[in-house]
Design a protein around this ligand. Structure first.
Ligand SMILES: [Cu+2]
Length: 161
């Protein structure tokens, strides 16, 4: 028994030193939507969780499929019109969970090299301050015929940023 406890203590050391082996920012539920041919813009969503005890700022987002990826916020005004604007800075407080969604925050993927196909997976790399880059796969969901009014992708079809 004594010997087993000693081993347990040894194995715990790297975990307690932490930070390197285990990513402090967890990502989940990443998805985007298929794009019609010729469309250069797509929107993406995901959930971020800061499992660390310190705040973390998102510094950079990149993907091989898009030239530029930025963060946007959208909301519906009193007339039912969807509006959106860039988010300057995104910080996660310790323990904070941030869910992106069609009526809130979204990722703007601009300058797509090719149309996104349903079933494809789009890799996305997120760089947070003082963290190793985190890569998440966005699942490409089918393009729906009648996009809801609140769909930021529909809102982006008519204008450039
Ligand atoms: Cu947008």
């Amino acid at each position: 028994m004594l010997k087993r406890k000693t081993w347990a203590a040894v194995l715990l050391v790297p975990v307690l030193l932490g930070g390197l082996a285990h990513a402090a920012i967890e990502t989940s539920e990443g998805w985007t939507r298929a794009t019609p041919p010729g469309t250069k813009v797509a929107v993406g969503y995901l959930t971020l969780k800061n499992t660390s005890k310190v705040k973390r700022e998102l510094l950079k987002i990149s993907s091989p499929v898009a030239q530029v990826i930025s963060l946007h916020q959208s909301s519906i005004d009193a007339n039912g019109v969807s509006r959106m604007w860039p988010i300057g800075k995104l910080e996660l407080a310790p323990g904070e969970v941030l869910r992106f969604g069609p009526t809130g925050r979204h990722l703007m993927l601009e300058g797509l090299g090719a149309a996104l196909q349903a079933g494809q997976r789009v890799p996305l790399t997120l760089v947070f301050e003082q963290e190793a880059p985190v890569t998440v796969q966005l699942e490409v969901r089918p393009l729906v015929d009648a996009a809801p009014v609140a769909d930021p992708q529909a809102g982006h079809a008519g204008h450039q940023h």
